[in-house]
Write a protein that binds this ligand. Structure first.
Ligand SMILES: [Zn+2]
Ligand SMILES: [Zn+2]
Length: 168
């Protein structure tokens, strides 16, 4: 799959990914820390991290059924109360009235199927991700490819050193 790169100005994908890694530190999910950054016209317009409301210490404290039982990446989301970093970034933009049309998203984990659908609906045109390689079953990966191909660009960027956050 060859995706087209249509940027004309120099861009700093690594710096934006580093920012996503920074933002991930705010996560209060006990499983993993994910951060997302939305960039439009070269400027960060919104950030998000996964987890629950700040009124809880973490998602265990909030009673997340999935995270407490150590849910596998890519499944069991119907019993998870942790918002995903990508969703949180889009919500952040919505709350502050920042337009996400024709934007670029950086996230330090390969997005899930739902986040791809939401990003497409929000006008995100490019997605760059990093972190652990994880996949759905081959059948669902086919659908994943159908969604990811709707972006102008959907690709993994080189890992920042030592920035990876692991579930404990
Ligand atoms: Zn959680
Ligand atoms: Zn997601």
């Amino acid at each position: 799959m060859q995706l087209q790169e249509n940027a004309v100005q120099p861009r700093d994908d690594k710096a934006f990914m580093a920012k996503a890694n920074d933002v991930a530190l705010k996560s209060n999910c006990i499983r993993r820390a994910v951060g997302a950054v939305i960039v439009r016209q070269g400027v960060v317009i919104a950030v998000g991290w996964n987890g629950v409301s700040e009124s809880h210490e973490d998602c265990r404290d909030a009673g997340c059924p999935r995270c407490i039982n150590g849910g596998e990446t890519g499944s069991g989301y119907e019993t998870c109360i942790c918002i995903h970093a990508e969703q949180s970034a889009i919500a952040d933009a919505a709350r502050r009235g920042a337009c996400t049309q024709d934007s670029t998203m950086y996230v330090n984990l390969r997005p899930c199927l739902q986040c791809l659908a939401i990003a497409i609906a929000s006008g995100v045109r490019e997605v760059f991700y990093a972190g652990e390689d994880w996949y759905y079953s081959e059948e669902i990966e086919k659908v994943y490819r159908t969604l990811s191909q709707q972006f102008d660009c959907f690709s993994r960027v080189a890992e920042q050193q030592g920035a990876e956050s692991q579930a404990s």
